[in-house]
Design a protein around this ligand. Structure first.
Ligand code: ADP
Length: 488
C-alpha cells in the first residue's frame, strides 16, 4: 500500500472513527482490568491477613493465660507434628530469635536475620520479608512472607506470618488471562469499530454519491435513499432531499419565468420595431411620425410596466423588498382603494361596497398593502361583467385580520386555481382583457412578505372571493385596539 493511499485512508472519517472506537474500548478494558485486579488483590490480602491475625491472637491468648513455657511447648508440638501452617517467631527483649517455625512447604529461602534488625514499634504492625532480596517492605503481590507482630507482656515479641505464594499465583493467573483476552478484544474492537462506522456513515456516503451524480453527471433528479428510522442522519437525508426538491423547483421556476418573460417581451418588442420601421420606410408627414412615436411610447411603457412588475415581484419573493411596518386603519385603506377604482367601476355599472369595523388596525406597509388590494379590486372589476357587484370586507378573526374581495364575475375554473398565482400566468378566458399576468403573483408575494396568506374560492360564472389573512400582531410600540379581539 503506497504512502498516499495510507494518507487517504487516515483522512477518512470511517477510519478515524474506527481507531477512536477501538482506542476507547481498549482503554476502558484496561481501566476495568486495573480496577478488578486491585479489588481482587486487596480482598485476597484481607483474607490472608485475617487468618494470620487470628493465629497470632490465639498464641497471644495462650501466652496470656498459661505463660511463655506453655506457649513454647504448644509451638514445639505443632512443629513436631509437621502440620504447621504459619510462620511463627518468638523474639526476646533484644529482638534475638528465641523460637522459630518456618513451614516446610515454603519453597523459597528467606533472610531471617533481617527480622532481628527490624524494630517493631506497634502491635499489629505488618512487615514483609521478600524471598530473595529480603527487603522489609510490604508489597501485596511479591513473593514473600507477610508478618504481623505483637509485644508480649514479658517484653518478648511474637510474630506470625504466612507466605504470599498462593495469592501471587492467583493474581498471576488473572494477569495472564487478561493478556490472553486483550488481543481478541483489540481485534473485536477494530472489527466492531469498522462495522459501526461503516453503518453509521452510510447515509453520508449516500449523500456524497447523490451530490456526485448531480454535480458530475447532471442528474438533477437524483435523491438520497431514506430509511424512515427517524435518526439524525435519516432526518439529514430527508432535509437534503427536500432542499434539492426546492432548489429544483426554484430553478424550474426561473427557467419558466425566463421563458415567459422572453415570450411576453417578444410581441411588444416586435410591434415596437415594426412601427418604427414602417414609419421610417414611409416618406410621410410629421403627423405619421408622431403617431408612430406615440405607438412606440405605448409599447415601451407596457414593456416597462412588465419589467417593473417582475422586479417588484422578485424583490418581494427574495425578501429584498423594503417594508415599512406601521399600524394601518383598515377601514380607511379599503375606502381609499375603492375610491380610486370608483370611476372605472361606474363605467361598467359595477357597485363596489366596502365594509370594515371602525378602528381595525393591522401592522403593514401602507403602499404595498394598498398595491395588493388595488390588484385584487382591479381584477374584480376587469373580470366582472357590467352591472355586477364587488364587496370588500374586513374583520378580525382569532389572531388574524381578514380582508375579502368578493365579486360576481366570470369565476375561475378549478384547474386554474393553483396556476393563477404563477408569474405571467393568464387564464384562458382573460386574454381579451388588458393585463400581464403579474397581478396575483405580486399580491401573494406582498402578503407572504407580511407573514400572511392569500387564498381563492371561485365558481365559474358565479364569482370569486380572494381572502387575505394578515397577522393581527401590531408593532409593540402601539397598543392593540380592542376591536382586534372581536371575532366576526
Ligand atoms: P392578469 O389579470 O393580468 O391576467 P393576474 O395575475 O392578476 O393577471 O391574474 C391571473 C389570472 O387569474 C387572470 O388572467 C384571470 O384568469 C384570473 N383571475 C384573477 N382575478 C380574477 C377574478 N376576480 N375573476 C376571475 N378570474 C380572475
Amino acid at each position: 500500500m503506497s504512502l498516499s493511499t495510507l494518507k487517504h485512508i487516515w483522512k477518512t472519517t470511517g477510519f478515524r472513527l474506527t481507531i477512536w472506537y477501538s482506542l476507547f474500548l481498549i482503554a476502558s478494558s484496561l481501566v476495568l482490568f486495573a480496577l478488578a485486579y486491585f479489588l481482587l488483590s486487596s480482598s485476597l490480602q484481607k483474607i490472608d491477613q485475617e487468618a494470620i491475625q487470628l493465629e497470632l491472637n490465639d498464641y497471644a491468648a495462650t501466652f496470656q493465660s498459661e505463660g511463655l513455657d506453655t506457649l513454647i511447648e504448644e509451638l514445639k508440638a505443632d512443629r513436631a507434628e509437621g502440620d504447621e501452617d504459619f510462620f511463627v517467631r518468638l523474639a526476646d527483649s533484644q529482638n534475638s530469635t528465641a523460637f522459630l517455625i518456618v513451614p516446610s512447604r515454603y519453597a523459597k529461602e528467606f533472610d531471617l536475620t533481617k527480622l532481628e534488625e527490624t524494630v517493631i514499634k506497634d502491635n499489629g504492625q505488618w512487615i514483609y520479608l521478600n524471598a530473595k532480596t529480603g527487603e522489609h517492605e510490604l508489597s501485596r503481590d511479591a513473593d514473600g512472607i507477610e508478618i504481623v507482630s505483637t509485644h508480649l507482656s514479658n517484653g518478648w515479641q511474637l510474630q506470625v506470618g504466612n507466605n504470599t505464594g498462593k495469592r501471587k499465583a492467583v493474581l498471576e493467573r488473572f494477569r495472564s488471562i487478561f493478556v490472553l483476552i486483550i488481543l481478541p478484544l483489540i481485534l473485536i474492537g477494530l472489527a466492531g469499530g469498522m462495522f459501526l462506522s461503516f453503518r453509521a456513515l452510510r447515509p453520508i456516503r449516500n449523500l456524497i454519491d447523490v451530490l456526485n451524480l448531480i454535480i458530475n453527471k447532471g442528474e438533477t433528479k437524483a435523491r438520497a435513499p431514506v430509511n424512515h428510522n427517524g435518526d439524525e442522519l435519516d432526518k439529514l437525508s430527508i432535509l437534503f432531499n427536500t432542499m434539492l426538491g426546492k432548489v429544483e423547483c426554484l430553478i424550474d421556476g426561473m427557467h419558466a419565468a425566463l421563458d415567459n418573460v422572453a415570450h411576453d417581451l417578444r410581441s411588444p418588442m416586435t410591434r415596437l420595431r415594426g412601427t418604427a420601421e414602417a414609419a421610417l420606410r414611409s416618406n410621410q408627414q410629421n403627423e405619421t411620425y408622431r403617431e408612430a412615436l406615440a405607438d412606440c411610447l405605448e409599447e415601451s411603457e407596457s414593456v416597462l410596466t412588465m419589467l417593473n412588475g417582475l422586479m417588484d415581484l422578485s424583490e418581494a419573493e427574495t425578501g429584498v423588498m423594503k417594508l415599512e411596518f406601521k399600524p394601518l386603519d383598515i377601514k380607511l385603506l379599503i375606502e381609499d382603494v375603492s375610491e380610486v377604482y370608483q370611476y372605472v367601476a361606474e363605467e361598467k355599472e359595477i357597485t363596489v361596497q366596502a365594509t370594515a369595523p371602525e378602528e381595525l388596525y393591522v401592522s403593514a406597509d401602507a403602499n404595498r398593502l394598498r398595491q395588493a388590494l388595488a390588484n385584487l379590486l382591479d381584477n374584480a372589476i376587469k373580470y366582472t361583467p357590467n352591472g355586477g357587484t364587488i364587496v370588500i370586507e374586513a374583520f378580525a378573526q382569532m389572531q388574524q385580520i381578514v380582508i375579502i374581495v368578493k365579486d360576481t364575475g366570470i369565476g375561475i375554473p378549478p384547474e386554474e386555481h393553483s396556476k393563477i398565482w404563477d408569474r405571467l400566468y393568464r387564464g384562458d378566458k382573460s386574454r381579451s382583457q388588458r393585463g400581464l399576468g403579474l397581478g396575483l403573483s405580486l399580491v401573494r408575494a406582498i402578503i407572504n412578505a407580511h407573514q400572511g396568506s392569500v387564498d381563492v374560492m371561485s365558481t365559474v360564472n358565479a364569482g370569486s372571493q380572494f381572502i387575505l389573512r394578515l397577522p393581527a400582531k401590531l408593532d409593540h410600540k402601539y397598543q392593540l385596539p380592542a376591536t382586534l379581539e372581536q371575532t366576526h
